[in-house]
Each structure stands twice: as C-alpha cells, then as structure tokens.
Design a protein around this ligand. Structure first.
Ligand code: ATP
Length: 319
C-alpha cells in the first residue's frame, strides 16, 4: 500500500488498509512487500494523501466524472470531453485516469487497447493517444482485456492510491477521472486521496429519464457530503436524430423535465445535452477519434459548447 509497492498485484486481497489499527499486523499482511512499513507507521491519516498532493501539484484541473446509473455513457463522455479539450488547444495537456477498476473502458474507447504502461525512475508513464492526450487504466496492467478484476475495497483503494501518486503525468491542464457508476469504494478512495490535492470538482453524466435522474440526485448529495464541488451535469443520449429521415425521437423520454430542470431545482450548473448518435457508439467501440473525423456531427457541435462551459466553470475557481 505504500509508495514503494512495485507491483499492484502484490497487494493482498484482504489488505486492512494503511489507516487501520491492524495495518501490517493482520493475517492477510503476511508476505506483503509493505508489511513492515505498514506495521511501523502510525495509524493515522494515510501518508498517500500527501504523496498524491505532491504528485498532482502540476495538474491544474482535477475533475471526477460521475454517474448515478451504469450505462448512461459516462466513459464515453469522459473520452469525448478529453478529446475535445485536447483538440481545442494543442498547447494544453489533457489526461484520462480510468479508476473504474472492475470495468475499465478507456483503453478501448481511446483506441489504445493493446498498449502497456512502462515504469521509469519518475513513475509509471501513461499511454499517449496524442501528443497532448494521455491515458492510464488498470486495463493496461491486465494480461488480457477479458480478465476479470474481482477485488475488495482495500485492494481497489491501494490501486487508486498508486494511480494517483505514481503516474508521471508531467504538466497537465486537465486530468479527467472516469469512475464506476454510483458511490462506491472507488469514489471514497478517490475523494480521500484527492482531499489535499485540490480537486476541482465533479462532472455528472446522466440520461434524461427520471430513473437515471433519481440516482443523479443521490450523486449530488454524495458530492455535498464529501465536499466535492459539482461542476455541472451533462445529459447524454437526450435525443435521437434518425440518420435516414432526420426525425427527432426521445429514446429516453424526459418525463420530469430532464437534467436541465433538475439542475435548476438543485442549483447546480447544467453543461448541456448530447444527442444519441449510433456513429458515436461505433467510433467509440473502434477507438476512433470522431471529433477530428466528424467535426460537423451534432454530437461534436454540442460537445464544443459543453467543453466551453466546463472550462469557464473550472477557471472560475482559479481566480
Ligand atoms: N451519445 C451517444 N450516442 C450513442 N451511443 C452512446 C452515446 N453515449 C454512449 N453511448 C454508448 O452507450 C454505451 C454505454 O456507454 P458507456 O460505456 O460510456 O457507459 P458508462 O456509463 O460508462 O457505463 P458503466 O459505467 O456502467 O460502465 C456504449 O456502447 C457507448 O458507445
């Protein structure tokens, strides 16, 4: 669990966590390369919090991407936002950290499925999608994309700590962190480790129907409880434009007014809506950059507006 861990697979499955009174002393600790460090350290705030703060000092905006429900397009939106942020200013540096430990999607969506990460003296090197766009994901550490990651909380916690404290991102303008749906171990770990590092806030992705919005309200409540600023809500798959007849259909009807109305009620920024476009799904499955290939698509146009708002919201904190 400490910064000296050489290989994340060394972390015992039932690791009690470094801030546990049992750290280094539990039966699960036997054989762990960090047993002595954990046993000798004071049980108190995790030293990883300071390591993360130091490592992310040169990352200007740290943004969590959250969703209440699964399958609403959070990973897709994370990838789209990162590509769009990187494309709008070639002098900026953007990165995606995939902390969806059990369901990493970023290697596929970003088109770097078979890449591997390398370790250097200054930490893990992320995988570069473009000169100014990089990705780190547990997917790069698995021997096959079909491998299942079946880990309990403390082990996920250790992995997230490593990702946040040991990746050599260099100078970054935006680090977008793709999380699993809901509010689980990964979210708690990330919010704890980022607590001193100056987390900019969270973007929440939803679809328009009430069943998804219900969970977004819980996500917003989670953010309030752990003091994460809600940067805004993106409504994904809001409308479907038929590629043949151009008719508009609401595949997921906004029976209660959709995300915009909810944002007004809860007084959080609404960043915009993205249409449902089968080309997007196909391009993401193939890991292709549709932003540069389909600049006139309604999704890319809408994305441009969302990114503009997101940048304004992020910069407003930096005054
Ligand atoms: N705007 C869109 N138009 C068309 N397809 C989309 C759009 N957004 C997402 N999709 C597709 O919807 C599916 C689910 O998206 P994605 O994997 O990003 O969801 P998710 O919320 O990250 O899911 P989970 O967190 O449960 O893994 C994917 O096949 C993706 O290509």
């Amino acid at each position: 669990m400490a910064s000296t861990v050489e290989n994340p697979t060394n972390i015992p499955e039932h690791c009690p966590g470094t801030d546990s009174a049992n750290a280094g002393k539990a039966s699960a600790c036997a054989g762990c390369p960090n047993q002595q460090i954990c046993a000798s350290g004071p049980a108190g705030p995790d030293p990883g919090i300071q390591l993360v703060k130091e490592r992310l000092e040169q990352v200007r905006n740290k943004v969590l991407v959250l969703s209440g429900k699964g399958g609403v397009g959070k990973s897709t939106v994370t990838a789209m936002l990162s590509r769009s942020l990187a494309a709008r200013d070639k002098d900026s540096n953007v990165a995606v950290l995939d902390i969806d430990i059990c369901g990493p999607s970023q290697p596929r969506v970003m088109g770097v499925l078979n890449e591997q990460v390398h370790q250097s003296g200054s930490g893990w090197s992320p995988v570069y999608v473009d000169d100014n766009l990089s990705v780190m994901s547990i997917g790069f550490l698995l021997s096959s994309p079909d491998d299942a990651v079946i880990w309990r909380g403390p082990k996920k916690n250790g992995m997230i700590r490593q990702f946040l404290s040991e990746v050599d991102w260099g100078n970054l303008d935006y680090l977008l962190m793709d999380t699993p749906p809901g509010t689980s171990d990964e979210h708690l770990s990330a919010s704890t480790y980022l607590s001193q590092a100056g987390l900019t806030g969270a973007v929440i992705v939803t679809t328009p129907q009430e069943v998804a919005l219900l969970d977004v309200r819980k996500e917003i409540d989670f953010c309030k409880k752990v003091k994460i600023r809600v940067l805004g809500v993106v409504e994904n798959m809001s409308i479907f434009v038929c590629p043949c007849c151009k008719r508009l259909s609401e595949i997921f009807p906004a029976t209660t007014g959709g995300a915009k109305k909810m944002c007004e009620e809860l007084n959080v920024p609404f960043l915009g809506s993205l249409p449902l476009d089968p080309t997007v799904a196909r391009y993401c499955d193939e890991g292709k950059d549709f932003i540069s290939e389909l600049p006139n698509s309604p999704v890319v146009q809408a994305l441009g507006e969302i990114v503009k708002k997101l940048v304004t919201v992020c910069e407003s904190r930096e005054e």
